[in-house]
Design a protein around this ligand. Structure first.
Ligand code: ADP
Ligand code: TRP
Length: 329
């Protein structure tokens, strides 16, 4: 049986190295394998935090362009905008009537956001329910996500079960998650050493280049020890960033020089320059493709429209099944 893979990403900021190595790269690699691949831009979800229409429009476009520029082939994967398939909000309502408040009250992401000072809106509270609807609307088998989304996928499994049990039906398929195995990729550090995140302001945009990139990389937090002092590379998160780009031989060479210390050992500035060059080189082709796509908006519009048509046809079937099962048809 062909498997359906589905994932979404919020267009709430420019995509950074953490998003790329923790999510986008795997999603694009998966779409080269057998199966049906569905990837969408979660614009409904972004409304829980973003209230600037022009900015949202721009970020939706940037997000689509990022996926395409990084190699997503629209012939192999369906790419669309979440809000082009309003059926997901209908499914969300159906799920909301069979889900207990307690399930959502246990959501870590909601509790974390509140703890960080977010003013809770109902949408933020029901965020996992819309995400469950996203997953269930397409009969998804596998959901490739980062570690922080595990609980949300588990909630989608629970909600599918509640609906099916209540209506003694098999309308919703139980999705499974697909997690990135590598620790290095799961938690890419930001310039301050904490997990890279738009909301911490410690991120590096994947298409940053030249002076701006140099400045950003220059801000990576280090200490005041001189180059000649021997250091333990495993204590320097700068190496976790370098590890994303350098091959194993080059990486271990830099590490052993730092470990030895002495006259010829590289200083932090030197390592940062290497990182800057490596980032630029890694995304050089994608950067060019991005510029091409920015200059031809109709190409992107057509890809999103074709993706929406395919995705919507699937969601309508599932929605119809669900409406019938609960007596609305
Ligand atoms: P942000 O924290 O910047 O708001 P999101 O929560 O929108 O990022 O994450 C989008 C995707 O990127 C998720 O699958 C998430 O797991 C992944 N991701 C985000 N930050 C990192 C990181 N620092 N390291 C690895 N993966 C990340
Ligand atoms: N909540 C996800 C994130 O912030 C984005 C998302 C929305 C998603 N709907 C989804 C991911 C459905 C996977 C499946 O990263």
């Amino acid at each position: 049986m062909t498997k359906t893979y589905l994932s979404g990403i919020q267009p709430s900021g420019l995509l950074h190295l953490g998003n790329y190595f923790g999510a986008i790269r795997q999603q694009i690699a998966l779409s080269e394998q057998d199966g049906e691949h569905f990837y969408f831009i979660a614009d409904y979800h972004s409304l829980t935090s973003l209230r600037d229409a022009d900015k949202l429009r721009e970020l939706v476009r940037e997000t689509a362009i990022t996926y395409l520029a990084c190699g997503l082939d629209p012939e192999k994967a369906v790419l669309w905008r979440q809000s082009d398939v309003p059926e997901v909000t209908e499914i969300q309502w159906l799920l909301s009537t069979v889900t207990g408040m307690g399930l959502l009250e246990r959501a870590h992401s909601y509790k974390d956001k509140i703890a960080n000072g977010a003013k809770p809106n109902v949408g933020l509270f029901t965020y996992p329910m819309l995400m469950a609807a996203d997953i269930l609307a397409y009969d998804s088998d596998l959901v490739p996500v980062g570690k922080d989304q595990v609980q949300h996928v588990e909630m989608a499994q629970d909600m599918a079960g509640y609906f099916n049990q209540n209506y003694k039906t098999e309308v919703f398929k139980r999705p499974e998650m697909l997690l990135e195995k590598s620790e290095t990729m799961q938690k890419v550090p930001g310039i301050d050493g904490q997990k890279m995140s738009k909301s911490y302001g410690n991120d590096i945009w994947i298409f940053e280049e030249g002076k701006a990139l140099k400045k950003r990389v220059g801000k990576i937090v280090t200490d005041s020890r001189p180059p000649e002092e021997p250091k333990d590379p495993s204590e320097l998160f700068l190496f976790d960033l370098l590890a994303l780009f350098l091959d194993a031989d080059e990486l271990s060479d830099w590490k052993s020089q730092v470990e030895k210390g002495g006259e010829s050992a590289p200083g932090y500035g030197h390592l940062k320059m290497r990182l800057k060059d490596a980032i630029e080189e890694h995304f050089a082709e994608a950067r060019e493709k991005r510029l091409e796509l920015l200059a031809t908006p109709s190409v992107v519009d057509e890809i999103l429209a074709a993706g929406a048509a395919k995705a919507r046809a699937r969601a309508q079937e599932v929605r119809d099944r669900a409406l019938y099962a609960c007596g609305l048809r």
